[in-house]
Design a protein around this ligand. Sequence first.
Ligand code: FAD
Length: 370
Amino acid sequence: MEPEQLAFASEASAWLADNVPRRWVERRSSLVEEEVVQIRMDWDRRLYAGGWAGLSLPVEYGGRGLGLAEEVLFGELAARAHAPDGYGRIGRILTAPTLIARGTDWQRSRYLQKILSGTEFWCQGFSEPSAGSDLAAVKALARRVEGGYRVTGQKIWTSFAFHADKCLFLARTDETAPRYRNLTMLLMDMRQPGIEIRPIRQISGGSEFAEVFVDDAFVAEEDRLGAEGEGWSVAMTVLNSERGGVEAVSRYVEMRTDIDLLLGCCAKLADRIPEAEEFETRLELVRWQVRKAITREGDERAFTSATGVLKVFWSELWQEMTRMGLDSMCPVHRDHWNLAYLDSRATTIYAGSSEVQRNIIGDRILGLPR
Ligand SMILES: Cc1cc2nc3c(=O)[nH]c(=O)nc-3n(C[C@H](O)[C@H](O)[C@H](O)COP(=O)(O)OP(=O)(O)OC[C@H]3O[C@@H](n4cnc5c(N)ncnc54)[C@H](O)[C@@H]3O)c2cc1C
């Protein structure tokens, strides 16, 4: 590591040691949903107050103006300190990089600082009852009116919708244009008449996601992200961030904790230490693959081919790890594994299912014949 990075790492470790909430480290699996939400929201605000939010974002928007390398390094240190994952992840991981790449100056100054400071929370309104893997089939309709758009439609599986102030909303703006050229990305205000949110109860007992019904809601012209009809390409920018390196490192936070539990006692109880060690090696491969991607930052194609395998890799690994945890029947960590096992089921579905991700790897990264 370079001397500046060493200094950065020691400053970050000291800050994490003083700031990671003890309640989170010691009682995570027994906290009720409201407490979890509160701790995660507070964590976003604490990161910002301490100068650890938006490490790779420009200083003028409240970031630190460092690189992806520092962002990833901080993620690793946070993992080792068992820090919570901030509630503002959609804003931080999806909206912010997309605004930097595709937004207007007005949008960047209006939204970025509020995302980083945990003042405004975001959700992602892509999926609909008949548009999941086939995202281009989105039907929610945005009609042009004076000063903006009137939107009507339904979204589903919208994580964090219940507490969200804004939504990255993918809508159809043209009913005659061909597929992929008929969509537009809108930055929709979630706190307005015409928006109804119905929480969906998950198998884990929580209800982190919801159905969102939109009836004649308004989105102002300046809240269109990208040109009208360019929504598909903006959505791909969003999904690249969601499946890419920073997201993988943030998942590494939870998985590192689970490896520690497995190697600490649970795998011993199950008499499966060699398998748990293999999990640790595979988890380190996630970290190394992210590092490899960082060296390709700036070359979008090379970066995407390095990060393209990450989502399949970490999500399937986490499912195997939580299965072992559950099988161990460890009396100390039983509650943790029950929850982690159920939570991990969703990871091979959201942000693109494993099957769809494998199609993308075969098609766009390996260039296999169809
Ligand atoms: C926990 C969780 C959180 C989520 N959060 C959000 C959110 O915040 N915002 C949002 O917009 N969406 C969210 N989603 C939705 C998620 O993006 C979709 O569930 C996902 O894209 C799959 O779509 P679907 O559920 O409609 O399944 P379908 O697309 O109907 O797929 C059903 C099955 O068919 C397979 N399949 C489909 N097409 C192909 C193909 N071409 N080749 C091979 N197999 C195929 C899939 O892999 C899957 O196994 C979330 C989902 C989960 C589970």
